[in-house]
Design a protein around this ligand. Sequence first.
Ligand code: NAI
Length: 463
Amino acid sequence: MPGDYIVKDIALAEFGRKELDIAETEMPGLMALRDEYGESKPLKGSRIVGSLHMTIQTAVLIETLVALGADVRWASCNIFSTQDHAAAAIAAGGTPVFAIKGQTLVEHWDYLDRSFQFPEGANLILDDGGDATLYVLLGARVEAGETDLIEVPTSEEEEAIFNQIKKRMAESPGWFTKTRDAIKGVSEETTTGVHRLYELVKEGQLPFPAINVNDSVTKSKFDNKYGCKESLVDGIRRATDTMMAGKVAVVCGYGDVGKGSAASLRGAGARVKVTEVDPICALQAAMDGFEVVLLEDVVDSADIFITTTGNKDVIRIEHMREMKDMAIVGNIGHFDNEIQVANLKNHKWTNIKDQVDMIEMPSGNRLILLSEGRLLNLGNATGHPSFVMSASFTNQVLAQIELWTRGETYKNDVYILPKHLDEKVARLHLERIGVKLSKLAPEQAAYIGVTPEGPFKPEHYRY
Ligand code: NAI
């Protein structure tokens, strides 16, 4: 349907298209899938709702899904992460997209709802952080009278989703249940969304199969790590132009994102300290050469604070009260509750520019808060570079093909793509960067118990 989109400015489409053309040259995995499946169109008949940062890289993902036969409607999974020229290019190409950088929370859920409105109904979800899945499942539970949660929102976010659910229920009674029952599966992009899916399985509430894309090795050990290594400092620089060399930076969490983030700051010359709760990750940080500290002990002396935990209340109001004047505070984890931003609301905020605020604390000290505590690499910069997103999104496309073509062979559980596909994703990215891969002699393969074509590692291997 013409005009079936909400973007900032459709005139940005030409600029978006030029950047898309460049991104394609850096996304060999996605382009190889177009070559491999462009004719057979394994996604024909699928109607995919995408809820994932509407960036240039995502635009290449969307066009790959379409090239493979899918019908697609898209929303962003974060209010600050859209690149308006990418959204415009996708809309101009005829795929409905609902995403504007700086949209409100109310718009966030409205746009997500719109991305579900295929005339014949959606049948697959491609999620990042789990909001699309949550929307349908929560709505269906409310319709079934299973939860009265909806009457007592405890945050602005909850109020926004609950109001949207009520609106949809009033407009189309039974819509959530019908939609839930038509969904054949979901592929989930990130650690936080995957966490939500495993919780649903534990509660017996997952009504369709899910593929955990995050835990493909070629996703979490690349995007979360090497992606953040490039995009964290990019975000801090674009937001503040601060001199990084010599500053003391604290990275909370030393998982995959924390490892990339600490490396990013060290690469820029900062003196980096790490906080952790897991002794294994704490030991890794120490042996990678980072001082592992308690946040309380460094809170009044460090210059930059970054949360990477996927947990809540990591930087709390009592920490921020102790910070020195002009300390920079930001989060690169999926949700904004890692930093107690809500507790800063009654302080004096001065907006410096989009996604950069200065907040005056009771002591008179000021903090620079990035992206209101939402993931700053996408809020203040443009997220990870195309090449690493190609690996992530190649996994996404393979997961969607699997769910669409063989979904009925899966139970309502969470699955990881088989190792041979993980290795395929890596293989598709070697040539672009001139990697030459050695070959196993048959005797060598037999000696280590694999075949010369792979898989090369047992399932329990951790990379
Ligand atoms: P992870 O589970 O590998 O790492 C999180 C680490 O934080 C763990 O080692 C955990 O022990 C630690 N942690 C938890 N609570 C803590 C606390 N109170 N203090 C200190 N450390 C604590 O997860 P991963 O893959 O690193 O993802 C982290 C977050 O980043 C998730 O929300 C994920 O969805 C998000 N993400 C963001 C990306 C971006 O581009 N901004 C890219 C990929 C993931």
